[in-house]
Design a protein around this ligand. Structure first.
Ligand SMILES: [Zn+2]
Length: 448
């Protein structure tokens, strides 16, 4: 699969345009089989995706609504409207993207998933493309933008605090046990679990990968392909003979796999994702799969992260926090400077400049990028007792506080103290979602 599916002469625009370099996952596409679609929709699709990438969108949504297709760019977790395309043209764009991703454009009644390899401004991107059915024949298309390089950065590169990477490194030091990463969808759980693997000291330990990471190579990690006919037990045996210390596993979903991991967890250390929204849920899931005793015997800890928008460095404003605020946030009284977003322009004052005029860097948002706040549930002796007694959620909280564990809220305040985000943004991030309706009522698809 190479370049060439795309007609490079097609656009002569001033703005640099994205290059499509063929579908992902070994799929194939043939634009020549869809000449009308290409004529109608390739250029608008290129423009839209180029626009999205230049605005740092990590998700692009195309959603049919009231005879149009509404486009939204999600930047740093916040969706922004990016225009609405009249019906037929909008639908053609959805079909065009499906063709580019190697999906079947005729199929409009089943969800499909694929991806497009792309390049924009000399950066490679993976555009993971999913369709979901809104009603028969009407589908919503979602593109998740991944920069393959960014996903595999080192702990320090993603802003993981040194004491946290030291703690995670500590979990791996005896080459035993289970280390899990969890979190809600789109909270970067895969990146987090890979980051945990990258906390290991590569000069002292040998690390193997058994997960599918999209054909990429993890830094200082050797791939392990199970030999044909070998089950997991034999594979773990073989990997042990290669003097492996740590194994990065595929996301855990199968109890039998987790039980086998526990059989080897006194000789190997496993790092994996587990589908759970919080560390406490993750522990409960693990208990369901292997029972309390094995959890207490082998689990080292569970880590999660929450992404919080960081202030634009160009327009953030310093202020001197008053003593009450410092006390409320449990900050050292000698803290002299915190940062906040600039006040929005006064609409009643014609002379007041708009934020756009004030800051070219962030277009007045005034946030740029996101940073992670972390939480680590460590299996201390106290926590093992809580687990043995049945994992009461309140008891988990109290134990985390008693053992001074890192929690999302506490760690988010670290980002405030470091001047990377504003207190208001932390409060917004942790506020319960607005307009949540009772579960019994049918929800219409989001249309904002
Ligand atoms: Zn700014």
């Amino acid at each position: 699969m190479g370049r060439g599916d795309d007609d490079d002469d097609i656009d002569q625009e001033d703005m640099e345009q994205v290059l499509f370099q063929g579908p992902m996952f070994g799929r194939e596409t043939n634009l020549k089989q869809n000449p009308r679609l290409v004529k109608a929709a390739l250029v608008p699709v290129k423009k839209m995706i180029s626009d999205g990438l230049s605005r740092r969108a990590h998700t692009i949504l195309l959603e049919p609504s009231q005879g149009r297709v509404a486009i939204r760019f999600v930047v740093d977790g916040i969706p922004y409207p990016a225009g609405a395309i009249p019906g037929q043209r909008g639908m053609a764009m959805i079909q065009m993207i499906k063709v580019l991703a190697g999906l079947n454009p005729q199929e409009r009644n089943e969800t499909q998933s694929g991806g497009i390899n792309a390049e924009f401004e000399e950066v490679r991107y993976e555009l993971l493309t999913d369709t979901t059915l809104l009603k028969p024949g009407v589908e919503r298309l979602k593109i998740r933008v991944e920069n393959p390089k960014i996903t595999y950065l080192k702990p320090a590169d993603v802003g993981m605090p040194e004491d946290l990477s030291r703690q995670l490194r500590g979990f791996t030091e005896d080459s035993k046990g289970l280390i899990l990463a969890c979190g809600p969808p789109e909270s970067g759980v895969t990146s987090l679990s890979i980051c945990a693997v990258h906390c290991v000291d590569p000069y002292l330990y040998s690390v193997y990968n058994m997960a599918d990471v999209g054909g990429k190579q993890l830094t200082n990690v050797a791939d392990y392909e199970p030999e044909e006919g070998h089950d997991l037990e034999l594979s773990f045996d073989r990997i042990l003979r290669r003097e492996a210390d740590i194994i990065y596993m595929p996301p855990l979903t199968d109890p039998a796999v987790v039980q086998m991991m526990c059989q080897f967890a006194d000789r190997l250390c496993f790092v994996a994702e587990i589908p759970a929204k919080t560390p406490a849920e993750a522990v409960q899931q693990l208990i369901q799969w292997v029972g309390i005793d094995l959890v207490n015997q082998h689990l080292k800890g569970v880590i999660m992260q929450k992404l919080i928008r960081t202030l634009c460095d160009d327009c953030k404003q310093a202020f001197r926090p008053n003593p009450q605020l410092l006390k409320r946030l449990d900050l050292p009284p000698e803290t002299t400077i915190l940062y906040r977003a600039p006040a929005p322009p006064d609409p009643d004052d014609p002379d007041s400049p708009s934020i756009e005029e004030l800051c070219e860097d962030c277009d007045g948002v005034p946030f740029h990028g996101r940073a992670a706040a972390y939480e680590v549930l460590e299996m201390t002796d106290g926590m093992k007792e809580v687990v043995a007694k049945g994992m009461d959620p309140q008891a988990v909280k109290e134990q985390m506080a008693a053992d001074n564990m890192r929690t999302l809220q506490k760690d988010a305040i670290r980002l405030v103290v470091e001047g990377r985000t504003a207190l208001e943004e932390v409060q917004r991030t942790f506020a319960p979602p607005k307009g949540r309706r009772p579960k019994t009522r049918r929800r219409s698809p989001p249309s904002e």
